[in-house]
Design a protein around this ligand. Sequence first.
Ligand code: AMP
Ligand code: AMP
Length: 340
Amino acid sequence: MNRPYTIATLGSHSALQILKGAHDEGFKTLAISNRETERLYRSFAFVDDVIVLNAYSEFMGLMDELKSRKCIIVPHGSFVAYLSLDEHKKMTIPYFGNKAVLDWEASRELQREWLSRADLKLPRQFKNGSEIDRPVIVKLYGAQGGRGYMFIRDTHDFEARAAHLKEAYTIQEYIIGVPLYIHYFYSPLSNKLEIMSMDRRYETNVDSLGRIPAAAQEGMDVSPSYVVVGNSAVSLRESMLAEALRMGDDVVKVSQEICGPKGLFGAFCIETIITPDIQFYVMEISARIVAGTNLFIDGSPYSYLNYSEPMSTGRRIAREIKNALLTNNLRLVLDDTSVL
Ligand code: AMP
Ligand code: AMP
């Protein structure tokens, strides 16, 4: 009999969810950890094996080892944080997802073009400080988890606090509303889009400023920061679900025009802010599993509607790979660089 595949991922971000899901779907599992996290991953029975690196940047040196173990890589946010675009493309081990999407995601300009073509409402972008006519958020390129973002009131504030910045940044209209992160899964096997779950992030300190009355804030030297520390569950007003689904559908449809016929598939997340007139403004798209799905390792109200059994996004990924194997369609769920 053929040796079974092992689902492997970096030990961080949403690895526990991915590996638990893989185990529940009958795969062997491998965590690639560092020295600090080795004990954590070894402590779970559903993790069959752990490879320890001194630094995640050594990951590319593992390719032969991963090939000989017959691994399929499931990427998550740490892959983007710790490996370059080039390294992603050089990997020839089986990789769940379409790497062509990475170029469209990584460039803020291309991402904007993709999302606009999908008819999503985007915050206005300003080219320079003198154009600013409303509150904006200044986002440093490559900032992670909201670190380094600045809330700017007007042109004057921009000159004082942001004009001197050496790093590249974008200036975006500040949208006041409820942030909602919608987690989707698109199956290339059944050509079906599912809403898996949704979350809102908990960010320090912006989510705490409301605890101090505005009058008391006056004169205090405090400005909002957007560093993510966790996530909480939300269920969306049901009449808004149709638009959430429409947005996901159109993002997938346009991706099939711009990133080759496979387009965007598997897990992805549209990051929105909802304004009082019930408009979804889209801040960003993440083309893979996001950490907010960790709230739903046991499934979400939405995944329960489709599955009647615990179905995390991590498990959904493993289920798709399993279904692909059972129908002899593995290539449909892997990037084209994958050597089997
Ligand atoms: P880490 O492995 O914790 O360094 O995270 C890798 C990337 O995922 C970073 O860009 C983090 O900002 C992002 N990230 C990690 N955890 C979360 C979370 N709970 N919610 C949103 N983003 C996260
Ligand atoms: P992002 O890196 O795009 O995921 O943004 C991180 C956080 O910054 C979000 O969760 C929001 O709290 C905040 N943010 C980003 N873009 C905007 C915007 N255009 N208006 C208001 N807040 C924003």
